[in-house]
Each structure stands twice: as structure tokens, then as C-alpha cells.
Design a protein around this ligand. Structure first.
Ligand SMILES: Cc1ncc(COP(=O)(O)O)c(C=O)c1O
Length: 508
């Protein structure tokens, strides 16, 4: 090589320039299964896992006319809490205001296509958005107009002040749950943050803990006592975890997913005291707060309970999550959620907000939709009656389905089920015959995954194995939603029962 100007040759910018090396035959990708972030590989999310993928394949086969060999004509997806995918009707007021905000020309049509209160609300929202458009960015933490509505919603619900600066809007609750866990995770070895999660749990928590490399600390809910949360169990798991990490976060899901329990007020108070006395940040996942069916249960927010414990109210970091994906709205795809942070250090809030700002902002359509459902029509307004009727119809149907699902599973042989007090799921325990357990183990799958796969293959019903949520060793469960439409749920449960009886007979 000739160096003409006396400088050392520069390395080639675009590879070696040798035709042989540059050919794709010798090309090795930088990333592969053994060369990638191991935390990402450790993430597991059963709610959309291999059984669901198989169900999706069957569904595609049926829809494309190739399902002739399958022993069922329809796949029933009871695996995921996606209300509208299960034909729940959206709330009219919400969709009308949102439509008008997305396409303001609808507001000028004469005679008007929407009731007056819809038109007024849409104009109020558009007037508050930059450029009067849903297509513009908002502040990173969410548009002030929407955060003010969240503040008023919380204050009305709990009777205690909230601060717009402590509210962060997000793409569903999932995003801000992840950002909170990320912010709380630091340290190495025994100093690494430990996150206490209920078992069984909603797998967003275990998945995020794996992704960010925090330490997972399991505490078991008590199946023998309607999935209650025992403080002794919290204390035991906290103590054991101190051998390998520093517990810093306690996650509680109320009402519970997948377990459907609703915490009693005294229990909430005890949890608050435990968290404060053990220097834990309390993350309260309250996305199912509207979904309480049990006559003896009532939702109480952790914020309200904290405010009513004077000795703790200023000495516990509490963050509460809510979402429009659940409740009577079921707007999972619109992606609206929020978190309220209480007693967080101002520097931590600044850092959290910085994380949000690096993503610009959450979807403004989701923020606006959340503001509409948290500020529904008032008595005397044109849409009030319809709104109330739709709301109670959805919640009434969910309640009646929760009873049907519970009753059917409780009368099946070898199946035990706790009452569905709230949320949208039933989590029965199955006594699997030893022969089925042995066969599953031989095939290298969890016994409840084996059961659930056989269920799918013979009935088209898709549920999630309990192993995806965590469970006591040598116990087996599955999670089904209570969401399939009323006219289908009877038939689904009947098919399920036939399968179950046949399965037990086959493997007994
Ligand atoms: C307990 C719990 N928390 C959070 C979420 C996340 O909901 P989203 O991100 O849709 O608001 C879900 C969704 O099913 C859930 O069950």
C-alpha cells in the first residue's frame, strides 16, 4: 500500500472491501440467540405464550377454510383480559367524543350528529390541545388538561387532595409500571433491588423484573383463604430475600389478577404499615378498581387508606396505577393509563419524568380517552342516562358471568375454585392424575401446560397454564377469563366440562 501524504492509513469505514469476506455466505450477524441481552431472553409472558400462538394458528386455519380436520369450528380465546376482542360494546359517550376529537369536521355537521354534551366536551378538549389537534405532542407526563381530570377523579374517589405534578399519563398502565420498576432498580450483589411480587402474579411483573435485571422476591397468596395476602408471609419472604438482595419494592395487585380477590380495608392498612416499616416502595396496581362483583367486598384505594393512617401518611412512597383497559371501559387497544406518585423524592420524580420525556409523550388519543372516562357525563346532561345504562350493563354482565364460571368450575370433579370477587379471571386448581403429570414431565412440559394444550387441541378453548403466573410447587392451575360473550360462555363451559371429565377418565 502506498502512503502518499505521510499519514498512517485510515481503517476502511465500510468493512474490509474484500469481495470474499463481504459475501453473505460468510456473513455472521452481530446478534444471535447466544449473543444478545440475556435479560431479554429470560423474559417470559405466558398470557401470549406458545399455547396462545397455537390457538392463533388454529384460528387462522379455520378462518382461511383449512380447519376441516380440527375437532372444533371456533377458537375461544379465554386467555387474555381483552374485553372488546370478546365483543364487549364500547361506551358510546367515550367513542363519540373521541371520534369528534379525531375528526373535528364531525362537529360542524348540520343537523348535529352528536348530543350537545358530546359536542361541548370535544370542543373543550380540542381547545386545550396545542394547535387544537389530537395529532400534536403533549408534555411528557401527559397533557395538563388530562392530568387535571385525573387529579379531580382521584380527589372525588378518595376525598383527599391530589397533585397534577405527581400524575404521569402513560400508554396503558404497563408502561409506567415498567418505568417505575426501572427507576427503583439499582445496586449490585446483595445491594441489588429486590421486588416483592404476589404469586400467582400478572406476568408483566416477572417479565419486567427479568428485563431490567432486578431480583424477584415471591410472596405467596393464600389459596386456602380466598387468595388472601398474609402479613406473616410478607415478613417471611422479605427476611429470606435479604440473603441475596435488598428488598426495596412491594407490588400488590388489587383486585387480583389472576386470582380475583379483593383486599379488605384492614388488610390494606396492614400492608401499608408493613411497607413503611420495612422501607419498601409500595406499588399498588389498581387497574381492576371498577371490577368488584362480590356483595361483601368493596374497593378501597391504597391512597385513601394511606391518607387515613396519620402516622404513615408522610412516610411511605406509594404509587397507584389505573388504566382504561379494564373496568367497564375495556379499551385495551387505546392504551390509556396513569400513575399517581405519593411522597416520592423530587429528584426521583425529575428522573422519572426524564425517562418519559425521552419517549416524548404517551399517545395523546389515549390520554384524551382516559380523560373522557374519568370525567363521565353528569346527571342532567344529555348522555348521562345512556352512559349509566351502558356502564351498568357491562358490569352486570361481568358479574353474572363471574358467578356462572365460578359455579361450573366448582362442580367439576378434581377442580377447586375460590370465589371471583373481582377483576376478570377465574384461577381454578386442578388435581391432575399422576399419569398425566408423568406424561407431561416426560414430554418436558409443565403438567398444567400439558392439560391446557390438550384442552385447546380438543375443544378450541384457549386458557393460560398456572405455571405462567407462578404457583406453589406441585399445585396446578389455569387461568380463564370471564369475558367470552354470555351466549357463548354456557357452551364453552359445557365443552370444557366434557373435556375435563374425559381427561380425568383417560389418565386416572
Ligand atoms: C394487573 C394488571 N396490571 C396492569 C395491566 C396492564 O394493563 P394496560 O397496560 O392495558 O393498562 C394488566 C393487564 O391485563 C393487568 O391485568
Amino acid at each position: 500500500m502506498t502512503v502518499t501524504n505521510g499519514e498512517a492509513p485510515k481503517p476502511a469505514l465500510y468493512g474490509v472491501g474484500d469481495a470474499k469476506n463481504a459475501s453473505t455466505a460468510n456473513w455472521v450477524p452481530v446478534l444471535s440467540g447466544s449473543a444478545m441481552n440475556p435479560n431479554v431472553k429470560n423474559v417470559q409472558y405466558a398470557v401470549r405464550g406458545p399455547i396462545v400462538q397455537k390457538a392463533t394458528k388454529y384460528d387462522e386455519m379455520i378462518k382461511s377454510g383449512n380447519g376441516g380436520d380440527l375437532p372444533f369450528g371456533e377458537v375461544i380465546k379465554a386467555n387474555i383480559g381483552d374485553c372488546q376482542a370478546m365483543l364487549q360494546k364500547p361506551i358510546t359517550f367515550l367513542r363519540q367524543v373521541l371520534s369528534a376529537c379525531l375528526y373535528p369536521d364531525l362537529l360542524d355537521i348540520s343537523p348535529p350528529v352528536f348530543p350537545n354534551d358530546v359536542i361541548e366536551r370535544a370542543k373543550e378538549i380540542l381547545g386545550a390541545l396545542p394547535g387544537g389537534s389530537l395529532g400534536s405532542y403533549s408534555e411528557s407526563t401527559g397533557h395538563l388538561y388530562c392530568r387535571k381530570i385525573v387529579k379531580t377523579f382521584i380527589e372525588t374517589r378518595d376525598g383527599y387532595p391530589a397533585d397534577v405534578n405527581n400524575v404521569i399519563l402513560s400508554n396503558g398502565a404497563s408502561e409506567i409500571i415498567k418505568l417505575t420498576l426501572l427507576t427503583a432498580t439499582f445496586g449490585v450483589g446483595k445491594g441489588r433491588t429486590g421486588v416483592m411480587i404476589p404469586i400467582p402474579q400478572y406476568p408483566l411483573y416477572s417479565a419486567t423484573i427479568s428485563e431490567i435485571g432486578a431480583e424477584k422476591i415471591d410472596y405467596y397468596l393464600d389459596e386456602e383463604d380466598k387468595w388472601s395476602l398474609s402479613i406473616d408471609e410478607l415478613a417471611k419472604s422479605f427476611k429470606e430475600a435479604q440473603d441475596y438482595c435488598t428488598p426495596r419494592v412491594l407490588c400488590v395487585i388489587n383486585p387480583g389478577n389472576p386470582t380475583g380477590q379483593v383486599l379488605k380495608r384492614e388488610n390494606i392498612d396492614e400492608i401499608i404499615k408493613f411497607a413503611a416499616e420495612h422501607q419498601l416502595v409500595l406499588m399498588a396496581d389498581e387497574v381492576y378498581q371498577d371490577n368488584v362483583y362480590d356483595a361483601d367486598s368493596e374497593f378501597c384505594s391504597f391512597k385513601k387508606a394511606l391518607m387515613e393512617l396519620p402516622q404513615y401518611k408522610d412516610r411511605l412512597e406509594l404509587v397507584s396505577f389505573h388504566s382504561m383497559s379494564k373496568g367497564f371501559m375495556g379499551e385495551c387497544g387505546i392504551r390509556g393509563g396513569y400513575a399517581e406518585f405519593i411522597n416520592f423524592d423530587s429528584e426521583v420524580m425529575t428522573e422519572l419524568k426524564k425517562l418519559k420525556s425521552a419517549q416524548l409523550c404517551s399517545a395523546v388519543s389515549g390520554q384524551v380517552a382516559l380523560s373522557i372516562v374519568l370525567n363521565p357525563p353528569k346527571p342532567g346532561e344529555e348522555s348521562y342516562e345512556l352512559f349509566m345504562n351502558e356502564r351498568s350493563a357491562v358490569l352486570g354482565t361481568l358479574k353474572s358471568k363471574s358467578v356462572k364460571v365460578h359455579d361450573l368450575f366448582s362442580r367439576m370433579p378434581g377442580m377447586r375454585v375460590n370465589p371471583i370477587m373481582g377483576a376478570m379471571y377465574c384461577f381454578p386448581r386442578i388435581e391432575l392424575p399422576q399419569k398425566a403429570i408423568d406424561e407431561a414431565k416426560e414430554a418436558g412440559v409443565a403438567p398444567d401446560a400439558f392439560y391446557v394444550e390438550k384442552l385447546l387441541e380438543s375443544t378450541g378453548i384457549c386458557v393460560v397454564p398456572g405455571s405462567g403466573f407462578g404457583q406453589l410447587p406441585d399445585t396446578y392451575h389455569f387461568r380463564t377469563t370471564i369475558l367470552p360473550p354470555e351466549d357463548k360462555i354456557e357452551a364453552m363451559l359445557k365443552k370444557f366440562e366434557e373435556f375435563h371429565v374425559g381427561f380425568i377418565e383417560q389418565y386416572k
